[in-house]
Design a protein around this ligand. Sequence first.
Ligand code: 0X9
Ligand code: ZN
Length: 419
Amino acid sequence: MLFKLFVTVALCCTAVLGELTSYEGYKIYEITAQNAAQQELLQQLAENEAYDFFTLPRMLGLSARVMISPEDQLAFERTLQSSEVKYEVINENFGETVATERMQNNFFRNLRSSSSRSVSFTAYQRYASIEAYLDQLAEDYPSRVSLKTIGKSYEGRNLRTITITNGDGIVNKKVILLDAGIHAREWIAPAGALYVIQQLVENFAENSHLLQDYDWVILPVVNPDGYEYTHTNTRMWRKTRQPITLLCTGTDGNRNFDYHWGEVGASSLSCADTYKGKTAFSEPETKALRDLMLTLTGRAKFYLTLHSYGNYLIYPWGWTSDLPDTWADIDAIAQVGADAIKAATGTDYTVGSSTNVLYAAAGGSDDYAFAVAKIPISITMELPSAGNGFDPAPAKILELVSETWVGIKAMAEKLVETY
Ligand code: 0X9
Ligand code: ZN
């Protein structure tokens, strides 16, 4: 009884004060449903907000991964066993993993000489370093780089875009719009965006053909409050950081866009990881991204949003299994990206509509970009997993982001020659 009280107080205060989440004793399960009934059971389990499904693709044969706290493990395992669902515990104590990885990342970050002007891919960057890198580029390449603050996050951080041009001074060119990090814990996504920035700016000579008729507008961290929170407090935080109730904080930015908002695959429970928000665009971060998209309507031909994980290049719709009329145009671009990556590294990406490949989830930025901001090619790229999913080791960052760049570059080349 006393223990229960202690746990309740600890959980309450962690939620209220936002203290460090240790993940001590948390297990990670990998589950592959063998048939539709088992798949359905997993979908039902995913509605329990205590179970953190890292991934739950609805295509049979692709495995699900879920993190379960010590107090929920017994019931969870019993439920799987009673339906003869096969599972494997792939991490017996995620707490240990998080602590080790935090130390590793800090070690590699501190190792780096502060005199370097470029960004490093040997560790995940804090938001301040990301901003400092953007500032450095603006200072070093004033004719090709400009920065803009498009809004403030709930906690007051600057939401900053970098616009990259070839410096020829021609205005109102077509645009490729790229963002990352709407989901806080998907650290490899902002790293991927930084690599794209580095290639386009610092490796301009090799990539100038991608900037001939197009400017690139990049928002490398859509949700900086959440991103920082994963560094300082709770590694697996996904949402924004605006409080909803006394006990629950945050909205899933990728359920908060106003297109079929809340209709499917989005939770009304404020504690849930896929909470749709009090209203559409309740978050300053999604509002800022919306406004950016809308100012680029007509100019933007390609919207690419980086997430992790699962190796998917997916496109509208996320709210229905129907396909948009022009799906084949988007599919052709995505397929070029998948093929280029396959040829370069052997990594497989699955291409298709997000509902058909993953699951139905309305309120995503990709559907909004396509339907409302009228950006004809709109793609969500789910970068690969490593480690337990969202935590590729620092030593893997460069390999993953350079592979991602191969795909992005191939898609951009195809776009540039087609549109
Ligand atoms: O569920 C999501 O928001 C994305 N997957 S993630 O694992 N990174 O959370 C997929 C979004 C696909 N697009 C839409 N459903 N609109
Ligand atoms: Zn995501």
